[in-house]
Ligand binder design. Structure first.
Ligand code: BTN
Length: 280
């Protein structure tokens, strides 16, 4: 049962000074661009990365007019309420590791939610963050590949912080939530953003230096998908089975009722027994 909401503080503006003063990262957010309104932080970050923006550059916006989600969907991005930001990464490397980074980044987001709110954050493959089976945050990883190598990556994160669920369209109201809805009080977006950048920096360090099984261990511990009956939707098709594992590249392995296994690099997962069939 959701407790009644109390507006404990007026919406806090996102300010560069406040963000910088309590940020304990080495590189992430050291170059920080803050916008009141932008089309999409991912689109701007991709353009800046193309122009040579250093690793760790962050684009943060108070609202987006064309926020983008996975699988060509849009991301609802009203002002004063949530976090919408994108980070430029330049991992030296092999494009086959990009999927693993998207899982590691989801671990960072889930850990931040637990650290700041003590809510139980769980992961729906590949990188949706759920609280009480409803989606509270989503990640969009986009990459530029050149001559078979990753030139740069942009990781975009949308986190519903102080959004009220009743402003959402009917189609999302049951499957989407915010931290405020789950906690019953407003949260400080600046603190969440700072802690999130710190967790991302830690996870990026682990991703760069440790073997894939380490990332998978952390991810698996938070996964709500593994061991579940799932439906995986890919354009024009869907598959049902048991989610039995994740490959070192971050792909999902599903065992179908006839025993055959299918490996998915992308797709939309529905937890068949999940209370709210979190989807968006
Ligand atoms: C998803 O579909 O779950 C991914 C949503 C990602 C949304 C974030 S908000 C900040 C960044 N800019 C965008 O346009 N999208 C990502």
């Amino acid at each position: 049962m959701i407790p009644p909401l109390s507006q404990t503080c007026p919406p806090q503006p996102l300010g560069l000074e406040a963000i910088r003063s309590g940020l304990r990262t080495e590189r992430l957010g050291r170059t920080l661009h803050l916008y009141d309104r932008i089309e999409s932080t991912n689109t701007t970050a991709l353009a800046l990365a193309e122009q040579g923006a250093p690793e760790g550059t962050v684009i943060l916006a108070d609202s987006q007019t064309q926020g983008r989600g996975r699988m060509g969907r849009s991301w609802i991005s009203p002002p004063n309420l949530n976090l919408y930001f994108s980070v430029v990464f330049r991992p030296n490397g092999d494009p086959s590791r990009v999927g693993l980074w998207s899982l590691a980044a989801a671990v960072a987001a889930a850990r931040t939610i637990e650290q700041v709110t003590a809510l139980p954050a769980r992961l729906k493959w590949p990188n949706d963050i759920l609280v009480h089976s409803r989606k509270v945050s989503g990640l969009l990883l986009e990459s530029a590949i050149q001559s078979g190598r990753v030139k740069h990556l942009v990781l975009g994160i949308g986190l519903n912080v102080n959004l009220a669920r009743n402003v959402l369209p009917d189609s999302l109201r049951n499957s989407v939530t915010s931290l405020r809805e789950e906690l019953g009080r407003d949260l400080d977006r600046v603190e969440l953003f700072q802690r999130l950048l710190e967790q991302l920096e830690n996870q990026y360090q682990s991703f760069q230096t440790e073997p894939p099984y380490k990332v998978l261990e952390s991810y698996t511990a938070l996964s709500d998908t593994l061991g579940q009956s799932v439906t995986v939707q890919v354009p024009d098709r869907e598959w049902t089975g048991q989610a039995i594992g994740i490959t070192p590249a971050g792909d999902l392995i599903v065992q179908r009722p006839d025993g055959q296994q299918t490996v998915f690099r992308s797709g939309d997962v529905v937890h068949v027994r999940g209370t709210h069939a979190a989807r968006d």
